[in-house]
Write a protein that binds this ligand. Structure first.
Ligand code: ZN
Ligand code: CU
Length: 491
C-alpha cells in the first residue's frame, strides 16, 4: 500500500479547470500530488481534515511587481495569506534584472527598489540569488523593456538607435536563455513612451525566438485604448508571439462604459492570434504619483512619498488644501512618490471580470508604505465579493481564472490544477468565509477564510499564520510549457 507524506481528506476539491467540485481526498508525496480519490484507508505521515472546506490549486498571481520583495520579505505574507503560491514578476516594462545601477532608478523603476536593489547585471544572477535564498512562493519573471532601456540608453525621450536595439536584444536574449518567460513593456511610462512600435517589435522577435510571450501595460488605457489594443496585437502578429494585456481597464470618466468596445476588440483579435489579459478587482489604479494622472482621477491617495513620508495614506486634495496650494503643486512637493487613483467604473470592472479570458492579477505594489488594497486582497475579493456575494460566476469559475487559465497562458507546467502528477501547490479555504479585509483605509489586513496554503508540498500558511517555510522556486522557462498552448480552445 502506498504511503503518503500527507493526505488532505474530505474536502470539496475544485480542480482549477472550471469543473464542478467533488468531495474526495488528495495525497501528497514530496512536492507532488500523487493521488486524488478515496484515501480513507491509506497511510499518511500527516492528515489534514478539510471537511466543509474547498481544496483548490494554489493561486497564480498573473501580474505582480514582486521582483525584489521576494528578497526583502521572503515569507510573502501579502500573497500566501490570499492563497497565492506562484507570482509572475517583471510586469509593466519594469524588472529588477538585468540591470546594475549606479544611480537612483528612474520612475517607475523606483516602485520595486532603490539603486542598491538593482544589482543583477544578468538574469542568471537574479535566478541564482533566488535559488540560494528562496521565498515562500514560486516565481516566474519577465524581462522589462524599460529596464533594458535604463541599461542601454542615456536618455528616454527618443527612439532607441539601431545600436541600442542590438544591445537591448542581446541582453534580452541572454535573459530569456537564462529562463525568463517573456518580455514586458510599459509604453505608458516615460522611460518607454517614446519607443516606437517598431522598437518593441524588434525586441519581441527575440522573445518569439525563445518561444516566450509579450505582456504590456499599454501606451493608453484612456481615450485611445482601442489604438493601444491594436498596437499590442500588431506587435504579437508581426513578431509571432502571444500577447497579454496587463491590468485591463478603461481609465477616466469620459471612457466609463467603454469596456463594451475594448472586450469586443479583444475578442476580434483573439479569433486570429493568441491574446489574453489580466485584471484586478478594484475601481482604483495605483502607480507613481504624477500630475497628468491626478488630473484624470476623481480622488487620489498618496501611497508613499520620499520627501514627505507622513503623506502616505492621505488624500491629495486634503494635503493640497492644508498647504494652500493646487493639487498639482502638491504633487511636485511630494515627488518622488506613489499614488492610488480612482479612475475606473464598477460596471467596467465587472464586465472585464466576467469575460472568460480574464486572469486575476493583483498588480500589487509591495514596497508602498500605504499600498493599494489589491496587494493583500485581490484573490479573496474575487472569490468572496464577486463570486459569492455578487454571483458574477460560480466559485469553480472564479478559481479557474486564478489557476488553470493562468498556468496555461504563461505555460506553467503541472501547476494551476489539482490532479495526479501536478505539483502540490494547494489552498484550503472556507467558501462561506473567504473575503478580503484590506481596504483603502487599512490596506495591509490579511484576508479571512484562507486556512492552509501549501507550496511544492510544504505548508507555508496554517490557521491564519505563516509557518516560516520557504519552499518557493524560481521557475525557468526551460522547465515550462509553451505559453498559451491551448488558447484556441477557449476562444
Ligand atoms: Zn502597469
Ligand atoms: Cu503592473
Amino acid at each position: 500500500m502506498q504511503r503518503f507524506d500527507s493526505i488532505i481528506s474530505g474536502g470539496d476539491v475544485i480542480d482549477g479547470t472550471g469543473a464542478a467540485r467533488r468531495r474526495t481526498d488528495v495525497g501528497i508525496v514530496d512536492d507532488r500530488i500523487v493521488a486524488v480519490g478515496d484515501l480513507a484507508a491509506a497511510e499518511a505521515g500527516h492528515r489534514i481534515d478539510a471537511a466543509g472546506r474547498c481544496v483548490a490549486p494554489g493561486f497564480i498571481d498573473a501580474h505582480t511587481h514582486d521582483d525584489n520583495i521576494v528578497f526583502v520579505t521572503p515569507d510573502m505574507a501579502m500573497k500566501v495569506s490570499q492563497g497565492v503560491t506562484s507570482v509572475v514578476a517583471g510586469n509593466c516594462g519594469v524588472s529588477l534584472a538585468p540591470l546594475a545601477l549606479a544611480a537612483a532608478p528612474p520612475p517607475p523603476l523606483d516602485l520595486i527598489g532603490d539603486r542598491r536593489d538593482f544589482r543583477f547585471a544578468h538574469m542568471a544572477d537574479y535566478f541564482a540569488a533566488l535559488d540560494a535564498d528562496p521565498p515562500a512562493t514560486n516565481i516566474v519573471a519577465m524581462v522589462g523593456h524599460s529596464t533594458l532601456r535604463a541599461g542601454e540608453m542615456d536618455r528616454f525621450d527618443r527612439a532607441a538607435t539601431g545600436d541600442e536595439i542590438r544591445r537591448m536584444a542581446a541582453r534580452l536574449d541572454e535573459g530569456l536563455a537564462a529562463g525568463a518567460i517573456g518580455m514586458s513593456t510599459g509604453l505608458f511610462y516615460p522611460p518607454a513612451r517614446h519607443a516606437p512600435t517598431e522598437e518593441v517589435i524588434a525586441l519581441a522577435h527575440v522573445a518569439a525566438r525563445h518561444g516566450t510571450l509579450y505582456a504590456t501595460h499599454m501606451r493608453d488605457e484612456g481615450d485611445h485604448v482601442l489604438d493601444s489594443i491594436e498596437e499590442s496585437a500588431r506587435i504579437g502578429r508581426e513578431a509571432g508571439l502571444p500577447v497579454i494585456l496587463s491590468h485591463h481597464k478603461v481609465a477616466g470618466v469620459a471612457n466609463h462604459g467603454r469596456t463594451v468596445e475594448t472586450l469586443a476588440a479583444i475578442d476580434r483579435v483573439r479569433r486570429t492570434q493568441p491574446l489574453g489579459f489580466d485584471v484586478y478587482p478594484y475601481v482604483a489604479a495605483s502607480t507613481v504619483l504624477s500630475r497628468d494622472r491626478v488630473q484624470t482621477s476623481s480622488r487620489t491617495l498618496v501611497s508613499w512619498s520620499k520627501t514627505v513620508p507622513a503623506a502616505s495614506g492621505r488624500d491629495l486634495a486634503e494635503i493640497a488644501a492644508e498647504w494652500g496650494v493646487s493639487p498639482e503643486a502638491a504633487v511636485d512637493r511630494l515627488l518622488p512618490a506613489g499614488a492610488i487613483y480612482f479612475l475606473m467604473n464598477e460596471e467596467d470592472v465587472q464586465r472585464i471580470l466576467r469575460h472568460p479570458e480574464a486572469m486575476i492579477g493583483s498588480d500589487g505594489l509591495p514596497h508602498d508604505v500605504h499600498p493599494h488594497p489589491r496587494l493583500w486582497g485581490s484573490f479573496p475579493r474575487v472569490l468572496g465579493h464577486y463570486s459569492r456575494e455578487l454571483a458574477l460566476f460560480p466559485l469553480e469559475e472564479a478559481i479557474r481564472r486564478m489557476t488553470g487559465l493562468t498556468a496555461a497562458r504563461f505555460g506553467l507546467r503541472d501547476r494551476g490544477v489539482v490532479r495526479t502528477g501536478a505539483f502540490a501547490d494547494l489552498v484550503i479555504l472556507d467558501p462561506a468565509a473567504i473575503i478580503d479585509r484590506a481596504s483603502f483605509e487599512a490596506p495591509k489586513k490579511p484576508a479571512a477564510g484562507v486556512e492552509t496554503v501549501i507550496v511544492n508540498g510544504r505548508t507555508v500558511w496554517r490557521a491564519g499564520a505563516l509557518t516560516g517555510a520557504r519552499p518557493g522556486r524560481a521557475l525557468r522557462r526551460q522547465a515550462l510549457d509553451a505559453p498559451m498552448k491551448d488558447w484556441r480552445a477557449s476562444a
